[in-house]
Write a protein that binds this ligand. Structure first.
Ligand code: GZL
Length: 349
C-alpha cells in the first residue's frame, strides 16, 4: 500500500512540474514560478514575470482634436494623420472632429485628459480661449502639441511644440507673386480665412505688410470667406456687385478653396479669372494646380497638410524623454505657370 502511495505521489509531483514548465497558468501570462520539491506545501500562485526590461513597446496613445472638414487641405491633413497612425502599431490614435466649433475641441481635450492619453494634439480653430483647458492638461502632466495652427503667444508655456507653417512668409510670398502678376499696380480683393485663426491673421499680416512696398497696389476690400469654397464664392459675388467690384485686377485668397469659389463667381460675372483678374492663393491642393493649368489661377503658395509623420514622431520623441523644438516648421514652395503644371502629376493631396 505504502509503495502505491509513493508511486502516486511521484506521479502528482511530475504532473505539477510539467504543468508549471509548460505555462499552463494562462495562455499569455509568462510565469517564472519554479517547481517546488514534492514535499513542499502547495506551490504558490504563479507571479507574472518581471517583464519591465523586455516589455513589448506599449502603445503611445495620442488624442487629436481636429477642427473639422472645411477645406480640401483639412481633409488631406486628417487623411495623413489617420493613415500614419493606422500604419504604426506603436500608436493608438483617439480622433475627434469638432465641426469648426471651439467648444467641441475643448470638450475633446477634457475627454483626452480623463482618458489619461500620453499626448494631446490639436489644430486650434482660433488663437484665443484655450488657457483654462490647456492648464488642465498641464496639471495632468499631459504634453500638448499644436498642429497647423497656433494659439496666443502669451500661452506659449501651455504647449510643448507647434508643428506647422510660417504663415507670415506665405503671405509675403503671395504678395510678391501678386505684384509680379499685376505689373506692380492695381486694385486687390483679399479673401481672409476664419476670423481669429492664426493662419488667417498671419497670412494677412504677411501679405498686407509686403504690399506696403508696392504703393501702386491697393487692397480695396478685405473680408473673411471662412476658408470655405461656398463662402468664398458668396463673398466674391457680393464684392463684384459692389462699387469696389467695378475695378478689380487681383484676388488674394488665404486658401485654395476660397480661391476656387471666387473663380466660379468671377466666371459667372462674365469675367476671365487668371486673365482679367489675377488670382493668388495658399495651400496647394491638386484642384488649385489644375486651375493653374487651365489658366484660371496664377500662383499657389504651398502649405503642407501631410503632418501625420511629424506629429507621431514628435509624440514618440516626447515619450522617449527627448526635447522638442518649440516650432517644427514645414518646408514649402511657391508654384505658378509651367512649374505648377510640371508638379501636378506628383502632387500628393
Ligand atoms: C493652415 C490651415 C488652414 C488651411 C486651410 O495650416 O490651418 O486651414 O490653409 C484650412 O485650407 O482650412
Amino acid at each position: 500500500m505504502a509503495k502505491r502511495k509513493n508511486v502516486l505521489g511521484a506521479l502528482v509531483t511530475a504532473a505539477v512540474f510539467i504543468s508549471l514548465v509548460t505555462g499552463c497558468g494562462g495562455a499569455n501570462a509568462p510565469t517564472t514560478a519554479t517547481p517546488k520539491a514534492p514535499d513542499a506545501p502547495k506551490p504558490e500562485a504563479a507571479k507574472p514575470a518581471d517583464t519591465t526590461a523586455q516589455k513589448p513597446a506599449g502603445k503611445i496613445v495620442v488624442g487629436f482634436s481636429q477642427i473639422g472638414a472645411e477645406s480640401g487641405w483639412r481633409g488631406a491633413e486628417t487623411q495623413s494623420i489617420q493613415d500614419t497612425a493606422k500604419a504604426d502599431s506603436t500608436i493608438e490614435l483617439k480622433f475627434s472632429d469638432a465641426q469648426q466649433k471651439q467648444e467641441n475641441q475643448i470638450k475633446a481635450i477634457r475627454s483626452f485628459i480623463a482618458q489619461k492619453v500620453d499626448v494631446i494634439a490639436m489644430a486650434p480653430v482660433v488663437e484665443t480661449g484655450w488657457e483654462a483647458v490647456l492648464k488642465e492638461a498641464k496639471d495632468a502632466k499631459i504634453p500638448v502639441i499644436l498642429v497647423d495652427r497656433g494659439i496666443d503667444k502669451k500661452n506659449e508655456d501651455l504647449y510643448t511644440s507647434f508643428i506647422g507653417s510660417d504663415f507670415i512668409l506665405e503671405g509675403q510670398n503671395a504678395a510678391k507673386a501678386m505684384a509680379e502678376h499685376l505689373g506692380d499696380k492695381g486694385n486687390v480683393i483679399e479673401l481672409e480665412g476664419t476670423v481669429g485663426a492664426s493662419a488667417a491673421i498671419d497670412r494677412k499680416k504677411g501679405f498686407d505688410d509686403e504690399m506696403k512696398k508696392h504703393p501702386n497696389i491697393k487692397i480695396v476690400k478685405s473680408q473673411s470667406g471662412d476658408f470655405t469654397r461656398a463662402t468664398g464664392k458668396q463673398v466674391m459675388e457680393a464684392i463684384l456687385k459692389s462699387p469696389e467690384g467695378k475695378d478689380i485686377q487681383g484676388v488674394y485668397a488665404h486658401n485654395d478653396d476660397m480661391a476656387l469659389g471666387a473663380i466660379q463667381a468671377i466666371e459667372e460675372a462674365g469675367k476671365k479669372p487668371g486673365t482679367d483678374i489675377k488670382i493668388v492663393s495658399v495651400d496647394g491642393i491638386k484642384e488649385a494646380f489644375e486651375a493653374i493649368k487651365a489658366g484660371k489661377l496664377n500662383t499657389v503658395v504651398e502649405c503642407n497638410p501631410l503632418l501625420g509623420p511629424q506629429l507621431f514622431q514628435a509624440a514618440k520623441d516626447l515619450k522617449a524623454g527627448k526635447e522638442l523644438p518649440k516650432w517644427i516648421k514645414s518646408n514649402e514652395d511657391v508654384f505658378s505657370g509651367q512649374k505648377a503644371i510640371d508638379a501636378l502629376p506628383n502632387r500628393k493631396y
